[in-house]
Ligand binder design. Structure first.
Ligand SMILES: Nc1ncnc2c1ncn2[C@@H]1O[C@H](COP(=O)(O)OP(=O)(O)OP(=O)(O)O)[C@@H](O)[C@H]1O
Length: 346
């Protein structure tokens, strides 16, 4: 009989031997190193860097029994990938993220990150929530430094401050180091959350609708920052969003979840847009509307009907990888442009 993947020899996995520095919260973890590493730029290829293996989430149902939010959910995220999960409210996106963070236990299955099964929260996995969860009595610098010193307990105060300041710079908050959270705008607080997450060099960054509470302008600016930082550092990210355009701009892969209960991963859409994309011109990319229409169509219709209409060879262990593309042919030369047609009717 085939062994579940998590029982196969993860310790022999090359990723396992590439363990990074740092003080794991897991018992038996090696002690924290004395010196802080620099902000590294890694984008190694490791297709199973995060391996979600047959997880389920069930809650007791009001009249007895259990409600299955999802089960037998499988997903792999390569090292350095930016993955967005989209799906309707209640399908279990936050539950998946909480399981990845180690904040919740799956009712079944396992998640393996970098060769190690998750058994609880760890500084290897930073979570950025919608609410910023900053310590209100600490300054910006204090909040970020607190995270750094939790990660590298033996680092000197100067080392901790230097690293914290570097991350504060990275999110564009230089000059606000000594302000308290109450003195900051929502966008600035979210930047502190991002700086704090980056400062501990997590193996993975988990974001639960991090920009949804922000105004459109701030959201756009922060999306740009996050994209710039994650691209340049090779950060592996799993993010939940309801915003199709945000997913297209940020993600390498977009995971489509069907409606719950008993939600499924319908497919994983590979984003065909070039890595060098810009927010203000992305809608002119030839494949932009192909991808957008596919995602909207899923949310409007297929997220409801997928269970009954799924492909015969659908295998939850290997959800279909969809690569859209091939921009529509340009219209023939003799096509009358739309404005001219409209004019003719006047
Ligand atoms: N502690 C709990 N007890 C019972 N049911 C729960 C509990 N936590 C979550 N649920 C249920 O699990 C389902 C999935 O919740 P989850 O928050 O993961 O969904 P979601 O897709 O993230 O939703 P949203 O987009 O609205 O945030 C929901 O129906 C929710 O009511």
């Amino acid at each position: 009989m085939e062994q579940p993947l998590h029982r196969q020899c993860h310790r022999g996995h090359p990723a396992h031997r590439r363990r990074r520095h740092g003080a794991r919260l897991d018992p038996g973890a090696p002690a924290a190193p004395r010196h802080l590493p620099g902000v590294s730029a890694v984008a190694e290829s490791d297709p199973k860097f995060i391996s979600i293996e047959g997880i389920a989430r069930r809650y007791p149902a009001p009249g007895g029994g259990a409600t299955t939010i999802f089960e037998n959910l499988w997903l792999q995220v390569p090292r350095g990938a930016f993955v967005c999960i989209i799906g309707h409210s209640g399908c279990g996106k936050t539950s998946v993220l909480n399981i990845l963070a180690g904040l919740e236990q799956p009712s079944d299955g396992v998640v393996v990150v970098d060769g190690q099964a998750i058994s609880g929260p760890s500084l290897d996995r930073a979570v950025i929530f919608q609410g910023h969860a900053l310590l209100p009595w600490r300054s910006v610098l204090g909040n970020v430094a607190y995270a750094v010193s939790s990660r590298w307990r033996k680092a000197s105060r100067a080392e901790v401050e230097e690293r914290a300041k570097r991350c504060i710079d990275l999110v564009g908050l230089r000059g606000s180091e000594h302000k308290k959270p109450a003195e900051l705008s929502g966008g600035m607080r979210q930047r502190v959350g991002i700086a704090r997450a980056l400062s501990i060099e997590p193996k993975i960054m988990l974001m639960d609708e991090p920009f949804s509470a922000l105004d459109a302008l701030t959201r756009g600016t922060l999306q740009d920052e996050v994209r710039r930082i994650c691209t340049s550092t090779g950060q592996t990210v799993v993010m939940i969003t309801h915003d199709v355009d945000e997913a297209i701009y940020l993600a390498d892969k977009i995971v489509l979840m069907t409606n719950g209960p008993e939600a499924m991963v319908a497919e994983v859409v590979e984003n065909p847009l070039p890595a060098a994309r810009a927010r203000d011109t992305i809608h002119r990319e030839p494949d932009y509307y192909t991808v957008r229409n596919h995602l909207v169509d899923f949310l409007v219709a297929r997220s409801r009907t997928f269970r009954d209409e799924k492909p015969q060879d659908y295998d939850p262990r290997h959800p279909p990888q969809v690569r859209l593309g091939a921009a529509p042919e340009p219209p023939p030369a003799n096509t009358i442009p739309f404005p001219a047609l409209a004019k003719g009717r006047e």
